[in-house]
Design a binder for this molecule. Structure first.
Ligand code: G3H
Ligand code: 13P
Ligand code: ZN
Length: 283
């Protein structure tokens, strides 16, 4: 069944677990995630970046996710990941997304508050949930000093002001993760997470969670993370699955046979994440 992001995340916040938010680019990725969610009896957030919308087309995404959600016996939300333009966000709301992210994290605080409020006014009037971001995630390639890295992490007092002045439904915070494949081991600032969660008492989102060690994820969930974004680990599973066919059966040319192992690899990854995040059995 199709639900809003808020319905999924308010329950996760109340009951103390995290829900996986998985990025999709095509049908096979979507099917792998939905099958995993059904088998794990888990709520799930399907998200698309602006790049994914450009790649697949918003009408194709809407049609695919609506079919998947209507057939599914678990709650499914359709979420825009890292929305940066007014046009994309409005287009997602008009096309039936049940949740959108306005990523104003690159703006100074007041401007981030202003752009977030502009979206909240419209999204909430349409019954669509809103995620915002405060603080900046590092890139895995970033060549910046430790002090600079710290300065980008979410400041607890700013988080309080941000939530008070926006009324956003969930907040993505920067506590040391980065998007993409890590070069070394990411170090998460758990103390900062603990402080922010206690001050805000609302659903908190962790981006860049692929490649973060399992014990760090468990600790982050225990301290109040309720939505965990995973893209890279699924991309790797997909590509490894395709590679295995190309390498082991170079004569194969049926796309279904090339993609079937990729789907199985992705499904395994998603199921393991759901068990780790604590959302298995919560549907
Ligand atoms: O946070 C970014 C997501 O991994 C989406 O990446 O813009 O390449 O689709 P993308
Ligand atoms: P990863 O690609 O590092 O899993 O990050 C996903 C993400 O944060 C999407 O918004
Ligand atoms: Zn992200």
């Amino acid at each position: 069944m199709l639900v809003t992001g808020k319905q999924i995340l308010d329950k996760a916040h109340k009951e103390g677990y995290a829900v996986g938010a998985f990025n999709i680019n095509n049908m096979e990725i979507l099917q792998a995630i939905i099958e995993a969610a059904e088998e794990e009896r888990s709520p799930v957030i399907i998200q698309t970046s602006e790049g994914a919308i450009k790649y697949a087309g918003i009408d194709y995404i809407k049609a695919m996710v609506y079919v998947a959600a209507q057939k599914a016996s678990v709650p499914v939300a359709l979420h825009l990941d890292h929305g940066t333009t007014y046009e994309t966000i409005i287009s997602c709301i008009r096309n039936g997304y049940t949740s959108v992210m306005i990523d104003g994290s690159h703006h100074p605080l007041e401007e981030n508050i202003a752009v977030t409020n502009e979206i909240i006014k419209i999204a909430h009037a349409c019954g669509v949930s809103v995620e915002a971001e405060l603080g900046r995630l590092g890139g895995v390639e970033d060549n910046i000093s430790v002090d600079e890295k710290d300065a980008r992490l979410t400041h607890p007092d700013e988080a309080v002001k941000f939530v008070k002045e926006t009324g956003v439904d969930s907040l993505a915070i920067a506590i040391g993760t980065a998007h993409g494949k890590y070069k070394g081991e990411p170090k998460l600032d758990f103390e900062r997470l603990d402080t922010i969660k206690k001050l805000l008492n609302m659903p908190i989102v962790l981006h860049g969670a692929s490649g973060v060690p399992e014990d760090a994820i468990k600790k982050a969930v225990s301290l109040g993370i309720n939505k965990i974004n995973i893209d890279t680990d699924i991309r790797i599973a997909f590509t490894e699955g395709v590679k295995s066919v190309i390498v082991n059966k170079p004569e194969e040319y049926d796309p279904r046979k090339v993609l079937a192992p990729a789907k199985e690899e992705m499904k395994k990854v998603v199921k393991a994440k759901m068990q780790l995040f604590g959302c298995s059995g919560r549907a």
